[in-house]
Design a protein around this ligand. Structure first.
Ligand code: PLP
Length: 457
């Protein structure tokens, strides 16, 4: 049978057939899609052959850039040998074992076991289920509430979207549901009181967390979720002293800490894990994105013995640990992930980030003087510029102006793909980016910012 509309363009067929994630579905019919055909290094190309520097590594994931032949080889070799097998009911295969083994060896704090899944959302969703399972195992069925922060991003399944603290992930979806508690966002520029130091702000947030747990009842609060640097919330780097102070409160009330390393893991913040950059001691860690450089869908949840022990016992009592995804630990994805980790080690990706990270951060800092820029944030190879209507008063733009999306649209015209989180523009290029490519990215972005200044003032 002929494919439908075979004589129409990809863009036209897209409009007819694709329900797009994170898109205004009505506007999509008017603006149409940007059709990306291929990529090489830090660049992707559209149908007309125009090149774009991918300033967000796709969705914060393509750490090794496009065209990494070794990952293609790893995938095709595994595809030939064993394209599918699973880990259910006592089965296993070498790529999954090699990956879990490797991750436990890399873990920044002692971890006991690794659960493999297909996406960041699935890994975090599994963490939520383990929190419930463990509470039941320990005979503390009331201790199940989970704290997540304003502006957090932990995924979009029903449960993880409830933890996510961004309005557009809740509006229209009847979320969040009860049992999710909200802690303050550690964004000093926006939420510190006048004259409050970073350290004092962290102390206050920890005290507020303490008060929240006490008000709810420590016997009802099970876990706290946190990204080391909050990504989709606007690249929010924690203020000085934040995590040690939060950790002390969690320890006091026997509350588990789940660190979502989906963006920060594998070098993004300058150390292998954000956990190391900020001195955190998680009980569970979730990983995805950079785990396979985005070349294959895969995620991992690492759990320590404090979590694994009771979960294992409960499965023995029930007769089965009744959770698992068909594609969890998919052999092709696992083989690609192992090869990605080999490449990070062989090429000393951390040394490269130590060299080029400051070039990105200094380049972004140079925009501080721009009339549209209120704050520059960042660490390692992740950063953001927050746009404001009035720098001195930190006044945001009228949301109707959509200043962030405007700058990002103009940047796309100038050949750099970025993302707007409200009026913060995020930068998270492939980790392999060179100094010259960072300079080119920032030059293209600068043109867009100047043009937007003309439009917005
Ligand atoms: N956690 C964080 C910190 C993320 O940034 C994301 C996605 O951007 C997720 C979880 C969800 O991952 P996925 O989109 O693979 O479900």
């Amino acid at each position: 049978m002929e494919p439908r509309h075979s004589n129409r363009t990809t863009a036209e067929r897209d409009i007819d057939s694709v329900l797009h994630p994170y898109t205004n579905l009505i506007r999509h019919k008017e603006v149409g899609p940007l059709v990306i055909t291929h990529g090489q290094g830090v660049r992707v190309f559209d149908e007309a052959g125009k090149d774009y520097i991918e300033g967000l590594a796709g969705l914060w994931c393509t750490s090794l850039g496009w065209g990494e032949e070794r990952l293609v080889q790893a995938a095709s070799a595994q595809m030939r040998k064993l394209p599918f097998y699973h880990l259910f009911s006592h089965k296993t295969h070498d790529p999954a074992v090699a990956l879990c083994d490797r991750l436990l060896g890399m873990a920044p704090v002692p971890m006991s076991k690794v659960f493999l899944a297909g996406s960041g959302s699935e890994a975090n969703d599994t963490a939520i289920k383990l929190i419930h399972y463990r509470a039941n195992a320990l005979g503390k069925p009331a201790k199940k509430k989970i704290i997540a922060r304003e502006k957090a991003y932990h995924g979009v399944t029903v449960a993880t979207a409830a933890l996510t603290g961004l309005p557009f992930n809740h509006r229209g979806f009847d979320l969040p549901f009860s049992g999710v508690l909200r802690a303050g966002c550690p964004h000093h520029y926006r939420f510190a009181q006048p004259g409050e130091s970073e350290e004092a702000f962290s102390t206050r947030l920890a005290a507020e967390l303490d008060a929240l747990i006490v008000a709810e009842g420590p016997d009802t609060v099970a876990a706290f979720f946190a990204e080391p640097v909050m990504g989709a919330g606007g690249v929010i780097v924690p203020p000085a002293g934040y995590f040690p102070k939060i950790q002390a409160v969690l320890d006091k009330y026997d509350v588990l800490l789940v660190v979502d390393e989906v963006i920060c893991g594998f070098g993004r913040t300058g150390r292998m894990f954000g956990t190391e950059t900020f001195g955190i001691r998680p009980d569970m860690m979730t990983l995805a994105k950079g785990l396979s450089s985005g070349y294959a869908p895969i995620s991992a949840l690492m759990v320590n013995e404090r979590v694994y022990g009771p979960v294992a016992e409960e499965s023995g009592r029930i007769g089965v640990f009744g959770h698992g995804y068909t594609y969890g630990g998919h052999p092709v994805s696992a083989a690609v992930a192992v090869e990605t980790l080999n490449i990070y080690a062989e090429r000393d990706i951390l040394a490269h980030i130590a060299k080029v990270g400051p070039v990105l951060q200094d380049g972004l800092a140079a925009f501080r003087d721009h009339p549209l820029v209120g704050e520059k944030r960042g660490i390692g190879l992740i950063g953001a510029l927050e746009l404001v209507a009035d720098k001195a008063a930190k006044t945001p733009f009228d949301p109707k102006l959509a200043a962030g999306p405007l700058v990002v649209a103009k940047a796309q015209n100038h050949g750099v793909i970025l993302r707007a989180m409200g009026d913060s523009v995020a930068f998270s290029p492939p980790l392999v980016i060179s100094e010259a490519e960072i300079a080119e990215l920032l030059r293209r972005f600068g043109k867009a910012l100047d043009e937007a200044h003309g439009d917005l003032t």
